[in-house]
Write a protein that binds this ligand. Structure first.
Ligand SMILES: C[S@@+](CC[C@H](N)C(=O)[O-])C[C@H]1O[C@@H](n2cnc3c(N)ncnc32)[C@H](O)[C@@H]1O
Length: 125
């Protein structure tokens, strides 16, 4: 039987995205874990994080599961992936999503804050 992902089942979209990304990077989950180990060790349990090229918000989701007191600003330029992120975090005040092209020299002007405790990213291409 073929599994499909449709409509606004955001968790299903996230699961589908994770499976696709893990095909390219089998140790992706371990990389995320180590990344968050570093954040927690260096800046504590309530960091303000910038999730660069956030896609569907995979890093942000893991951040908030592990450190519920964290906040995250996710930046990406892909409208489809940002739609999944917006659906996933719609009622979560800890998350802000920003549409921006990181190649645009003025992209930081779109951010809500001028400083962050940690800047995270994974697999930008
Ligand atoms: C392979 S995905 C990784 C997404 C997410 N970090 C993850 O690990 O699931 C790469 C992301 O980089 C974003 N990206 C690539 N170039 C970008 C640019 N110039 N500005 C903003 N986002 C960009 C893409 O839209 C995509 O969401």
């Amino acid at each position: 039987m073929t599994e499909t992902t449709a409509g606004s089942d955001w968790q299903a979209w996230q699961h589908s995205w994770d499976r696709q990304q893990e095909w390219y990077m089998p140790d992706r989950e371990e990389r995320f874990r180590v990344m968050l180990d570093m954040v927690e060790a260096l800046v504590g349990p309530e960091p303000r994080v910038l999730d660069l090229a956030c896609g569907t918000g995979s890093i942000t989701a893991r951040l908030l599961r592990r450190l519920p007191g964290a906040t995250s600003v996710g930046v990406d330029q892909d409208p489809a992936l940002l739609t999944i992120a917006e659906g996933t975090f719609a009622s979560d005040e800890r998350v802000t999503l920003v549409t921006a092209d990181l190649k645009d020299p003025g992209w930081t002007r779109r951010l809500p804050h001028s400083s962050y405790d940690a800047v995270l990213t994974g697999n930008v291409r």
